[in-house]
Write a protein that binds this ligand. Structure first.
Ligand SMILES: Cc1cc2nc3c(=O)[nH]c(=O)nc-3n(C[C@H](O)[C@H](O)[C@H](O)COP(=O)(O)O)c2cc1C
Length: 162
């Protein structure tokens, strides 16, 4: 009986510990969303979708068109697309931050999300993850570290494989 109570307590403690993980992600066409869902399941984490106030259309995502919304945003390092809803990051110790690779790095909406949350993110463990056509996550990792040097970034994960 004692053992059973102990085992139940341990399980409850572990769930409470793991529940402190958040998987926050942006996904334009669903690939990163699927990766985020797998990651959240794996870590028993909360999921949070970073949604643009104005959703991206197929034309917005056309990287061959230098006038498309994504091209204009990626060409302007100061661009910060508006996010639909803010996130309460306070309860979490570890936060996975996911995105599709755009022009080698993270889409500007990730900057919007980080800028909105920077003071509360200090001291938390941040793990970038991404999906891509073929690029690695190295350039995005370096960019995030350089742009947000006060945040505690861990090695990133490229989650292209199922
Ligand atoms: C505007 C734009 C830029 C992209 N730039 C790159 C890139 O530099 N390197 C790469 O490998 N894939 C690039 N891709 C492909 C995406 O990273 C890839 O399809 C990703 O898995 C899409 O994720 P999502 O479905 O969550 O939006 C780009 C896609 C778009 C729409």
């Amino acid at each position: 009986m004692k053992r059973l109570v102990l085992a139940l307590l341990c399980a409850a403690c572990m769930t409470a510990m793991e529940a402190k993980t958040l998987v926050a992600y942006f996904s334009a066409t669903g690939t990163t969303k699927a990766a985020a869902e797998r990651l959240a399941k794996q870590h028993n984490a909360q999921l949070w979708e970073i949604e643009p106030a104005q959703p991206y259309t197929a034309a917005d995502l056309d990287w061959r068109n230098d006038k498309s919304r994504s091209s204009l945003e990626m060409n302007d390092p100061e661009e910060r697309p508006t996010i639909k809803q803010c996130t309460n990051v306070a309860p979490y110790d570890t936060i996975y931050v996911g995105f599709p690779i755009w022009w080698g790095i993270c889409p500007r909406i990730i900057n919007s999300w980080l800028d909105n949350n920077v003071p509360q993110l200090e001291g938390k463990t941040l793990i970038p993850f991404a999906t891509s056509g073929s690029s690695g996550i190295g350039e995005a990792e370096a960019y995030l570290k350089k742009t947000y040097p006060t945040l505690k970034w861990k090695k990133g994960l490229l989650l292209n494989k199922r």
